[in-house]
Every structure is written in structure tokens, then in C-alpha cells.
Design a binder for this molecule. Structure first.
Ligand SMILES: *Cc1c(COP(=O)(O)O)cnc(C)c1O
Length: 383
């Protein structure tokens, strides 16, 4: 809950801004740390969900590793105190420059998505006289039952190596002396709410493990990626880490000497953030009332990009309930946060919270329309 005290403070601050409740973040991180230690798994926080430097420092202080998708993310992780030995590097289009810098830093693993990529890593590693640890990101053909833009594990996806290519990859690897295959990696999509999806993933991983064993290939790292969803309708609800970890415990058959890795992003950071905005105008449409607020799709693009749903609260009104379309000021019709939602009577100057916005919010902000990037405000600083 956002307290009356905090709402009072919001009134004094220029909007829009992201508000991060660090107690919520720390309590989530406590759970992740406890579950990881209990099961011996290593969690790598996916920086792309939110790479605010202060947030990163808190996350690294809980001993998590980092999952990065660019050299700039690796550099941000290092700045925030993450160890190179806990950094994995993913992405379907790694540049030579990024690969070279990551090799120099001696990160723990390159998660590779194609044969040409592995060949380039091999070549660049040989120039540095190094052997790059790599994992194959395998496309397990599992439908994540989430939005199509965030489904990544089906056959037409640009991500991952197809199972019919694995034979060829293994043949090619025999000739590549500057890469060392240490594991397999998966990431089937994001905002996954059905635990059965992860259960299917575990079953696929067990089958693939049998294949690698039969071919005499010894893997030390099994990486299940991220994807655990959060409840956007109930911002106070915590992600289901206990269920998730116990499912992995029950259904993945690890072999001796193997470590299980995971890469949570949204589930770590989503519920601790809200986008705080002021109402600029109430405007009559022909069938609806528009609440035009000072935050837009440049601050939080998820509703425009994925038709994502965020709960919206008017923090400063207790009036009668009416229905509103909550929209931003950007010159695009898709700059709409919600349509025909119930809010207490809303007036110019009211403070609006768009909840569960910690993940893929600030990180995806842009300066379209030459708007300012949103600021970040932390609960510790208001107390
Ligand atoms: C985006 C991504 C993640 C994090 O996904 P969440 O749904 O935010 O948990 C993890 N691993 C990889 C490879 C990713 O691309």
C-alpha cells in the first residue's frame, strides 16, 4: 500500500516519476536469496527489466548474479558491484565489440543463439588467447501462454537454437578450440502465470539432458531463464517464488556436479515500482470521460506495446465512482493506459499511481516528443 504519508510527499514532487518502494524490493530479494540458498541454485537478475543504478546496487548486495544483453548492461552490472563470475551474456545479436569486452572481463557464460555467433565468439576468443565458456540457448518449443510479443520459445521465434540443429552444433564445436560448452540455456517467454508451463519446460530439459548424456557431453550449467509472472491486478501480491523453486526442485533432474541457474527479471522488480502522475485535464468524449495525465507512453510503454494491463489508483480522491479512459499527452492514439476503468471522481491535480510498473517501465522509457525521461524517487528518501 502507498501510505497517506507518502502520498503527502508525492504532492510536493514534480510528476511524472517512478516511485520505488525499497522495502518491497528487499523483501522480494530476501525470498529469492533464501530459496536460492536452500536449493543451491544461482539466480541472475535480468538487468533489462530495470537497470536503475541504485536498484542494481541493492540487488547485487543480495548476492545475485546478473543476466545481461549488451556490454553496456555488463558495465552497469560491474559498476553496481556484480562479480564477473556471476554475469551471463544473452542476446540473439551480440556485436563484436560487445563480445570482445565481455571476453576481457571474463564473464561466466555466453548464452549463444546460433552457429555463426559461436564461430565469431571462437574467433574473437582466439585473438585474446582465451577459451570462452558458452551455453546453447535451445528453443524448447513450449507455448508460454502469454502475449505474442513476449513469447520466445516457439518454432518461428528468432530466439534460440532449434533442436534439429543441435547435432550440427556439436559437430561444429569439435573444431572450435576457443569455446568450451558448459551448459544449456532456455528462456521461453515472460509474464508466465501458469506453473504448468514451467513444468513442461522441466520435462523438455530432462529429455535434452538424456540426449547430451548419450552423446558423452558433460554439462555443468542448466539455465532455465526467467519468465515468472506477477499479478498486475493485485500489486500487493508477491510473485510465486516458493512455488516456482519447489516446482524446479521436484521436476528437474540435475546430474552430479550440475548447477541450476535462473534469470528472474520482472518478478524481482515489478511490484516495487509505481509510475506517479498528475491529472492535467478531464475531457468529455462522446461516450467516455478522458483523464489526461502527465505521464505518457514515453514513460511506460507496456500498455501501448503489449496491450498490457496495469492497475491504476487515484491516490487523492474518495469521490463517487465514474468510468474513465486514462490517457497520456503523447501524439499517438496508442498512448492510452486504460479504457473505461472505474476511478473515484477524478479532477485536475489529482495524483494517479500506475501500479506494478517496476519492470520494463523506466528501462524502456524514451524521449519521443522530446519529453523528459521520468525521474526515480525511492521510499528510503521520503521517510
Ligand atoms: C528477458 C529475459 C529474462 C527475464 O525475463 P523476465 O520475464 O523479466 O523474468 C531472462 N532471460 C533472458 C534470456 C531474457 O531475455
Amino acid at each position: 500500500m502507498i501510505s497517506e504519508y507518502t502520498i503527502g510527499k508525492f504532492r510536493e514532487i514534480e510528476t511524472p516519476f517512478y516511485f520505488y518502494d525499497l522495502d518491497v524490493l528487499r523483501s522480494t530479494l530476501d525470498t529469492v536469496r533464501k530459496e536460492s540458498m536452500h536449493s543451491g541454485y544461482q539466480a541472475h537478475y535480468a538487468l533489462k527489466a530495470n537497470s536503475n543504478p541504485r536498484i542494481l546496487r541493492i540487488i547485487s548486495s543480495y548476492g545475485l548474479g546478473a543476466d545481461c544483453v549488451s556490454w553496456n548492461e555488463i558495465a552497469a552490472a560491474l559498476d553496481a558491484g556484480f562479480q564477473p563470475s556471476g554475469i551471463v551474456f544473452a542476446g540473439v545479436g551480440k556485436t563484436d565489440k560487445d563480445i570482445e569486452a565481455a571476453l576481457k572481463t571474463e564473464i561466466s557464460c555466453f548464452n549463444c543463439e546460433s552457429i555463426p555467433e559461436i564461430e565469431v565468439i571462437n574467433e574473437l576468443a582466439s585473438r585474446q588467447n582465451k577459451t570462452a565458456p558458452i551455453a546453447l540457448r535451445i528453443n524448447p518449443y513450449i507455448e508460454a501462454h502469454t502475449h505474442k510479443y513476449i513469447t520466445t520459445g516457439i518454432e518461428e521465434s528468432k530466439f534460440g537454437i532449434n533442436t534439429w540443429e543441435i547435432d550440427e552444433v556439436i559437430r561444429r564445436l569439435a573444431a572450435l578450440k576457443n569455446v568450451r560448452l558448459i551448459g544449456i540455456h532456455f528462456h521461453i517467454g515472460s509474464q508466465i502465470s501458469r506453473m504448468s508451463v514451467f513444468k513442461s519446460l522441466c520435462a523438455r530439459i530432462n529429455e535434452l539432458q538424456d540426449w547430451f548424456s548419450e552423446h558423452g557431453i558433460n554439462l555443468t550449467s542448466i539455465n532455465v531463464g526467467g519468465g515468472l509472472g506477477i499479478d498486475y491486478e493485485n500489486p500487493e501480491k508477491k510473485p510465486l517464488f516458493e512455488e516456482y523453486f519447489s516446482l524446479l526442485n521436484d521436476f528437474i533432474n540435475l546430474r552430479p556436479g550440475q548447477t541450476l541457474h535462473l534469470e528472474p527479471g520482472r518478478s524481482v522488480i515489478g511490484q516495487c515500482g509505481s509510475l506517479i502522475s498528475r491529472v492535467l485535464f478531464i475531457k468529455n468524449g462522446s461516450n467516455t470521460l478522458f483523464a489526461i495525465i502527465d505521464a505518457g507512453m514515453t514513460d511506460l510503454i507496456r500498455p501501448a506495446l503489449y496491450q498490457a494491463h496495469h492497475r491504476i489508483d487515484n491516490l487523492t480522491s474518495k469521490g463517487h465512482i465514474y468510468r474513465y479512459d486514462v490517457v497520456g499527452p503523447v501524439c499517438e492514439t496508442s498512448d492510452t493506459f486504460a479504457k473505461y476503468i472505474e476511478l473515484p471522481e477524478t479532477k485536475r491535480g489529482d495524483i494517479i499511481a500506475i501500479r506494478s510498473a517496476g519492470a520494463y517501465g523506466e528501462a524502456m522509457a524514451s524521449r519521443y516528443n522530446l519529453r523528459n525521461l521520468p525521474a526515480a524517487v525511492f521510499s528510503d528518501d521520503l521517510a
